[in-house]
Write a protein that binds this ligand. Structure first.
Ligand code: NAD
Length: 306
């Protein structure tokens, strides 16, 4: 049994930390949002009003936060994890953030004598709940081996991706491909429907044919086809448009830095930005399906019920 602090109990953090409780660990949680903490308590996490309290006695600290700026705010500064956590705690940032921030956190943690890894995940909230996430870990071999011990109850696969920041590099490229696939599902689902195909019949074909993808099997943007799709719940977020825009933006920045041309990622980024501009940034990223329909009308989407 390990004492684990968990900072960031949102869509991913709550189900992930619940799996650690299930595995017999004590999880001490903190989030700025009381509703997130209430959900985590349902999963057996003990929650605290201040991060300092949640960090007391921690042997491992996980962070699962939206963006690089949040990871910076949580780790650095007088009231940050590096100032408050027990010095022998292992620190694991599972947020998806830019490589530059990840490297900064590796450096700051090492300067204070902490073991730290970047360990972003893939698999969505369904994978978080099922404990089947893929973890991509960047850091030195011994620290990654330590991290693996505690990550196991949340993971289907754990990959030591490389040195510091390499977990984030792998995650950024993976998610760019995911969002391009999502745009393919958006366009394909609307075209199939306008051609008169039964959505179930078409999905059954595509899911065993060359149109298959994780996005198709998990987020297909048509109601009553895939249980985990946001289209079943008027596009209530499982992965928000804001976070999707952030991830594609990270890929586009990496493309600029490396001189790689990424026109499909640029299109996906424009789609997510359009959702944000329309005030739908907190809804699910798969709502980009409405841009494929000439009149913006798609099954499962009712803007009056948001
Ligand atoms: P989320 O917005 O649901 O959760 C993030 C939580 O962090 C929120 O509850 C927020 O209140 C909390 N938070 C922000 N600043 C904080 C602070 N200073 N102290 C404490 N709590 C703070 O986001 P999510 O969907 O759980 O995603 C988390 C990370 O995982 C993101 O980087 C995302 O890109 C990545 N991710 C998400 C999915 C997915 O399907 N949702 C899948 C893989 C990876």
């Amino acid at each position: 049994m390990t004492v684990i602090s968990w900072i960031g109990l949102g869509h991913m953090g709550s189900p992930m930390s619940a799996n650690l409780v299930e595995a017999g660990h004590t999880v001490r949680g903190f989030d700025l949002d009381e509703r997130a903490m209430a959900t985590a308590r349902d999963g057996g996490v003990e929650t605290f009003s201040f991060m300092a309290e949640a960090l007391e006695g921690a042997e491992v600290v996980f962070t699962m936060l939206p963006k690089g700026e949040h990871s910076r705010a949580v780790y650095l500064g007088d009231q940050g994890v590096l100032a408050l956590a027990p010095k022998d705690a292992l620190l694991i940032d599972s947020s998806t953030i830019d490589v530059e921030t990840a490297l900064e956190l590796h450096k700051a943690a090492a300067e204070k004598g902490f073991a730290f890894v970047d360990a972003p995940v893939s698999g969505g909230i369904s994978g978080a709940a099922a404990g089947t996430l893929t973890f991509m870990i960047g850091g030195d071999k011994d620290t990654v081996a330590r991290a693996e011990q505690v990550i196991t109850p949340m993971a289907g696969r754990i990959v030591h991706t490389g040195g510091p920041g390499m977990g984030q590099s792998a995650k950024i490229v993976n998610n760019m491909m995911l969002f391009i696939n999502l745009e393919a599902c958006a366009e394909g689902s609307v075209l199939a429907e306008r051609l008169g195909l039964d959505p179930r019949v078409f999905w059954d074909i595509a899911s065993v044919s060359s149109g298959d993808s994780w996005a198709l099997r998990t987020w297909y943007p048509v109601p009553d086809i895939v249980p985990s799709a946001a289209a079943n719940n008027n596009f209530e977020s499982t992965f928000s448009a804001v976070l999707a825009a952030k991830d594609v933006g990270l890929a586009l920045s990496a493309g600029e830095q490396t001189g790689v041309d990424l026109p499909a990622a640029e299109l996906a980024a424009q789609r997510f930005q359009r959702l944000i501009d329309e005030g739908y940034g907190d809804l699910d990223c798969s709502l980009i399906v409405k841009y494929a329909a000439p009149d913006g009308k798609v099954q499962g989407w009712n803007p009056d019920e948001v």
